[in-house]
Every structure is written in C-alpha cells, then in structure tokens.
Write a protein that binds this ligand. Structure first.
Ligand code: ADP
Ligand code: ADP
Ligand code: MG
Ligand code: MG
Length: 539
C-alpha cells in the first residue's frame, strides 16, 4: 500500500511513498542527504490570494522561505552551492524565472508574516505604536488598527503581549507594508473566531488592491474565505512534499475533504470527511449524564456568569466566543480546579480535563509519558482508538520536552481521552494541529463518546471542527477581560445565530460536501440570511 490508505486500494499503482522516484522531475529543494525534498512550486497569480493546504512537515514554510529569498533552492544538489543564476536558469520560460530574477536583484517588495510569532519580542523592542507606524507604507494604520481591534494595545510593550496579540500585531505589520508579494504563514494560531474573520478582511483588502498574497492556513473556513485559489500539498511528512496543481478554492478544499485529487490521480486519505446536516431546531434527545446550576466567579477585574445546563450522554458540546471571555475559567470550575463563588455541578461525575496550556516539564519519552499517564496503553483498543488516530506511533521515542506544539497537543488530548471518565473536557484541542489532524481528532472524539455513552465539552475556535463535532453548543458573550456570560448548551443553529449576529457574518453549506462556508459580505445569500435571522445556514 501507499502507507496512507490502510486498505489495498485501486490507486495502489500510484504508491505515494515511492513518489519521488516515479516523479520525472528534480526536486526544487533538498535539505541534505536523506532529508526532506520539495517537489514543485506554487503558481504566482497576480492580484489574488493563493492558499497552501497540507499537513505539518510537508514543506509549506519551506516554500515561503524560498519565495522570500531566505533559501536559495538547490534542485536536489545539496552538496553544491546554490546560486540565483542557477535558479533563474532552471525556471526558464515560466513566471517563476522572472520572479526569481527580480528577487535576486532586490526588485521585489515583500512582506512576510512568519509562522512563529512568539519569537517576536526577542527581535522587536518597545511599544506597539512606533513599531506599526514605522511599517505603515500603505497609510492604512487607522483602518488596520480598527479592523484587527488593536487600539487597546497600541501603547503596550511588545514583550508584555499575549500570543493572540502578537499574532495580530504581526499580521498588521505585514499588511501595512506596501509590497508586491505578501507571504502569510499560519495567521490564525491563538486567534478567536471573530479575530479570524477580521484577519480575512485585512487580507482580502490586499487582493482588492491587486496585490499578490500567498497564505498557509489550517482552519478550513478561514482558508476558504480568504483565498481565491489553493494548492493542496501531499507526500510524506518530514520526507517529501509535492505541490498539486492550482485549483479554485472551493474545488480544491472539496478535493481535500473528499481525499482525492482527480487530475493528479492521487488519493490522500482513505475516506472522505463527511459533514452531517443536523435537524435544525430540535435537540437530539438523550439521557442526561449530569447537570449544573447557574454558577458565577468573580475576580478583581473579571466576572463570569454561567447559565444552568445539562450534559447529555453520547453528545459533544462545543463552547466558543472571544478570547478573555471566561471559557477557560468555566472549564476549570467544571473540572473542580477553580471553585465557583456560587453554584455547583450535580452528582459525582468523573471528568477528564485537558487544559489549554500544557505543562511540559515531563522528563522522558512519549512512550514513558503514555505508560504513566494513559489508561490502557498497549492494548489493541488503545492502539486503534487513541494511538493511531493521534499519530502517536510515529513519535513514541521522542523526548516529551522536544515535541512540537502540534505533537504535544496530540499527546495531551490522547492521554485525556484514554481516561475512564464520564465527561471529557478539552480546552482548545486543535491549536497547532494541521487540518488532517483536526479532522482525525474530531472523528476519534466522536467515536469514543458514542461507543461508550460518554460526553465531551470542547472549547475551540475552528468553525469546521466545531460544525463537525458538535451536537450542542455554548456561546460565551459579553465584554472580554471584564464580564462574560455563558449560555446553557443549546442547539448548534441557535448558538451560531447568537454568536454570528454579533459579528455580522453568515455561513452556508457547500452543496457537494456540506462543509460550512463563509458567505461573501453583502452577497445575495448574506443579505437574505441576515433578513431571516439565519446566520448559520439555510436548508
Ligand atoms: P510545514 O511548514 O509544511 O509544516 P516545513 O516547510 O517547515 O513544513 O518543513 C518541511 C520539512 O523540512 C520538515 O521535515 C522539516 O523538518 C524540514 N526542514 C525545514 N527546514 C529545514 C532545514 N533548514 N534543514 C533541514 N530540514 C529542514
Ligand atoms: P478565555 O478562556 O475565554 O480566553 P479566561 O477564562 O482564560 O478566558 O479568562 C477570562 C478573564 O479572567 C481574563 O480577563 C483573565 O485575565 C481573567 N482571569 C482568569 N483567571 C484569573 C485568575 N486566577 N485571577 C484573576 N483573573 C483571572
Ligand atoms: Mg510551517
Ligand atoms: Mg481560554
């Protein structure tokens, strides 16, 4: 088999594992002997946003490093010195030739938002305002500050900003530049749904000025709304990556969801991802595992009020809302880590909890960690339900302290789901995961919950993930950092309507795959749905 399908499928002929040998082209770049190889490059499309969609470790950031001139591609000759002359010669007759010619002569103006924004405070000192003023070549500072909701943090020191604030500052700094090409690597990490929608807006503004944008993004709804075209990337994580042909954003994401690239004749997943359309206004009835009364918590500068709610068996409840509105505080109260000022959870229920911020001081390998922290480690059931879906089999020997953000996230979520509990409480389990992993995690959670009559409560910001896993949803609203209010778990449609009417965004479902898509602002559907008060979708 190709190692991606578990079954022997009809596409075995195009074994993905052996692809580098069967591809009759040289790689564009190879890091070294037995190191990662990149095949193909994205198309440069004038005046549009092109997205790169693919798993972690497939070469997406490498492409941006090449296009921004930080890596000179070596075409597989890692032992020779790479030169721009060689690059220009290699791409003779294509758009890229001209691009690299200009790039090598410093005639292209670039703006680059790197993937890792948490290193920003090490390179940038001082306050936010002078930093953004110094890059405001488009004269759009006020506009961008308003759209990305930065006004409250303009006079703060960069070193005191949170992850989400650093992300928005970095996006602002990139889009404010007057560049020909904008390279935006993973803009939504740490951002809440509203901030993701704001990010879409500032990036679309670039395209409307006929500028070129290349963006890497794992949140499918955001990628969809942001891009005109996409390249799906596939291959073997850490081994090699192939850039597929340019597709329209809808067709490309659907091909990805369906798991098959028909023009290349490549299967990237054994099964399509299937989205259900749930009955619109009713809840699926089920036994109640537990219920809680209204509860409240007051900190010196923040207060949260939670409406009483029921937690039904075999169902997944998602919780969403802006950053700083009390979602983590709610989770901690439910988990019994923080005591509410008033209110309580009925009955003795066992709750397994994955915190938002994962403690990493464990000394030892992933295997050691699982041995000590996961229930049933080594059993066939653990292998099929936890180890495989979370792709832990490939990282068993790695040291926990050296895991990437996505690897650590998968380990922590997997260990939590292995516990013998009644309710799995997961705070932001998709942060740092790629699309494929998000969908696998969603499936694994659903499987465990329904098979064993458990429940899950999941705080998350990815609409496609939320849509896929939710049976019910809770909305957190109010004034971030001051006062939060949480609804009871209600049906997803009402929850989305409540949340989306505030941000004035409507969604529809894709006709082919049923995945949720953002409507274009002021389009026919957008206006029609707003009139009817149906922000989430029409049947
Ligand atoms: P993505 O952005 O798709 O997650 P990257 O482009 O960052 O992936 O990396 C692709 C592969 O190339 C990874 O296996 C990574 O370890 C490897 N890689 C990236 N940069 C280097 C480098 N400078 N030297 C050696 N290997 C590298
Ligand atoms: P969310 O998870 O929705 O982003 P949190 O529940 O983490 O929000 O935080 C909500 C607010 O409560 C924030 O303003 C935060 O600073 C404040 N807060 C959280 N924990 C504490 C605490 N232990 N003491 C004081 N304030 C806190
Ligand atoms: Mg990357
Ligand atoms: Mg939180």
């Amino acid at each position: 088999g190709c190692g991606i399908c578990t079954n022997r499928c009809v596409f075995n002929a195009i074994s993905i594992i052996n692809l580098p040998e069967t591809l009759d082209e040289d790689p564009v770049h190879r890091f070294g002997q037995n190191s990662f190889e990149l095949f193909g490059m994205p198309t440069i499309n004038e005046g549009s946003v092109v997205g790169l969609l693919g798993p972690n470790g497939i070469g997406k950031s490498t492409i941006l490093n090449i296009l921004s001139g930080q890596i000179i591609p070596n075409f597989g000759h890692y032992d020779e010195e790479a030169t721009w002359d060689n690059v220009i010669d290699h791409f003779k007759g294509s758009q890229l030739q001209n691009y690299f010619k200009k790039l090598s002569q410093n005639e292209i103006k670039l703006a680059y938002k790197p993937q890792m924004v948490d290193v920003l405070p090490k390179v940038v000192k001082g306050e936010v305002r002078p930093l953004l003023e110094s890059v405001d070549e488009r004269n759009k500072l006020d506009d961008v500050v308003e759209k990305l909701e930065l006004s409250k943090i303009m006079d703060r020191e960069v070193k005191n900003l949170s992850g989400g604030e650093l992300q928005r500052i970095s996006i602002a700094a990139a889009v404010l530049k007057d560049a020909d090409f904008y390279y935006i690597d993973e803009p939504t990490s740490w951002l809440d749904v509203k901030q993701r929608l704001n990010t879409i807006e500032v990036i679309r503004d670039l395209a409307s000025e006929k500028r070129n944008v290349l963006v890497i993004e794992h949140d499918l709804a955001t990628l969809d709304a942001m891009s005109d075209y996409i390249h799906v990337m596939y291959g073997q994580e850490g081994g090699f990556g192939v850039v597929s042909k340019l597709r329209g954003v809808r067709v490309g994401i659907n091909a990805y969801v369906n798991g098959f690239l028909n023009e290349e004749n490549v299967r990237i997943r054994s099964q399509p991802i299937e989205f259900e359309i749930r009955p619109p206004n009713q809840l699926i009835e089920s036994e109640i595992i537990t219920q809680y009364t209204d509860f409240d918590k007051k900190y010196p500068s923040f207060e949260i009020n939670v409406d009483a709610g029921e937690i039904p068996q075999s169902q997944v409840i998602t919780a969403f809302g802006p950053n700083g509105i009390g979602k983590t505080t709610y989770a901690k109260m439910l988990a019994g880590i923080t005591k509410p000022d008033s209110g309580e959870v009925e009955d003795e229920v066992e709750i397994a909890y994955k915190p938002q911020y994962i403690n990493t001081d464990f000394q030892g390998s992933v295997q050691d960690f699982l041995y000590m922290n996961a229930q049933g480690y080594g059993t066939p059931l653990f292998n099929s339900d936890i180890l495989k879906p979370f792709d832990l089999d490939k990282i068993l020997d790695k040291h926990v302290a050296k895991l990437s953000g996505g690897e650590l996230q998968r380990l922590a979520t997997a260990a939590t789901l292995s516990q013998d509990a009644d309710i799995y409480l997961l705070d932001e389990p998709t942060a740092f995961l790629d699309v494929e992993q998000r969908l696998k995690v969603a499936k694994a959670i659903k499987h465990i919950i329904t098979r064993d009559d458990k429940s899950a409560i999941i705080v998350d910001h990815d609409i496609v993930f939320i849509d896929y896993v939710s049976d019910r949803a809770m909305v957190f609203y109010g004034t971030p950092g001051e006062h939060g209010h949480a609804t009871a778990p209600i049906n997803l449609r009402d929850a989305m309507n409540k949340f989306l009417s505030d941000v004035e965004i409507t969604f529809r479902r894709d006709k082919e795959t049923n995945r949720p898509r953002v409507n274009k602002h002021d389009s026919f559907l957008d206006r029609e749905q707003k009139e009817k008060g149906e922000y989430y979708y029409l049947e």
